[in-house]
Design a binder for this molecule. Structure first.
Ligand code: GLU
Length: 306
């Protein structure tokens, strides 16, 4: 079942729970340049799994902003909210392999019992529901609908990041058993991303370095499901001109940039932040394709607007 694509395919996969941030456009631009520099295709996927938090109007605004920048999808735009049947099939596949179990823990129980993950504040599951008997499960099911977790092995996953170099994570110690379907039936990010990247034939994932700790889980899921994982590149997170962290409140939303600058100027600012150009002169993404070199990308980047 392994997928051997012939065309390089990259993607940008925003979550429309709010507006696009200047850092999101940076990620979209570099994902676009990386795959276009190999003669490939750039896809856009809307990660609106959490439907109530992701109104369609936000997705529409994101797509129209991407269009203004010249970062349109080369193929059909996928909406994860419409794909739960697809995720169900792969979740069932993991269950058939004996890799999942129902978890009845409430959020409060989880927070009380577990140590926060060092890097991102998430929790490593202590395994309370890992070895419940069938009777215990049946009893608990009367009171609460369970989430579905995957059982991860005590195994290191290593990959060579296209930008940051070699990265290793031990699944049991650094991630723990993770949720692939929430108790309300909504499929979780890790599974949906892995499945969609595989089924879209994605050969490279370029995204912010805040997501690097998810990559070993996605690689592991892909391998279990019989897919070849793509290449991954994680970008330095942008900071504002004065070094502060970007935030939606501080006018870092792309809509606020667009009220001050034309799209080509914003691309120029981002191209300079990526060290692809010496100045922030207005430029279109397609004019940067020939200049793209992942080795030029800085380990940390600031956006300077002057
Ligand atoms: N939807 C995720 C986000 O907006 C990105 C997922 C990905 O690129 O894998 O943070």
């Amino acid at each position: 079942m392994s997928h051997i694509p012939t065309t390089p395919i990259g993607r940008f996969a925003p979550t429309p729970s709010g507006k696009l941030h200047i850092g999101n456009i940076f990620a979209a631009l570099i994902a676009y340049l990386s795959v276009k520099s190999k003669g490939g295709k750039f896809l856009v996927r809307i990660e609106d799994l959490d439907r109530p938090r992701c109104p369609r109007s936000n997705a529409d605004e994101i797509l129209s902003e991407l269009h203004m920048f010249g970062l349109d999808s080369d193929g059909e735009v996928l909406y994860q909210s419409e794909r739960s049947r697809v995720y169900e099939k792969y979740a069932n596949g993991l269950t058939d392999m004996g890799l999942t179990y129902p978890c009845f823990c409430s959020r409060a129980e989880l927070h009380a019992a577990e140590a926060p993950h060092e890097s991102d504040g998430s929790y490593i599951y202590g395994g309370k529901c890992r070895s419940l008997s069938l009777d215990e499960r049946a009893e608990l099911k009367k009171k609460r609908s369970p989430a579905l977790r995957v059982r991860v092995p005590d195994e290191d996953v290593t990959f060579d990041d296209m930008i940051l170099g070699r990265f290793t994570q031990n699944l049991a110690r650094e991630c723990g058993d993770f949720i692939i379907r929430r108790s309300d039936g909504v499929y979780a990010y890790q599974l949906a991303v892995a499945v969609d990247d595989a089924l879209s034939g994605v050969t490279e994932v370029v995204r912010g370095s805040d997501l690097i700790s998810s990559t070993p889980r996605q690689i592991w899921l892909l391998k279990k499901l019989g897919f070849e994982p793509p290449a991954y590149g994680h970008l330095p997170l942008l900071t504002a001109a004065d070094g502060r962290r970007l935030s939606k409140r501080d006018g870092d939303c792309i809509s606020s940039y667009l009220s001050d600058f034309p799209p080509e100027k914003i691309i120029g600012i981002l191209a300079r932040a990526a060290c692809l150009t010496p100045t922030a002169s207005p430029v279109a993404p397609k004019e940067l394709i020939a200049l793209y070199d992942p080795k030029k990308l800085p380990k940390s980047a600031r956006i300077l607007t002057e």
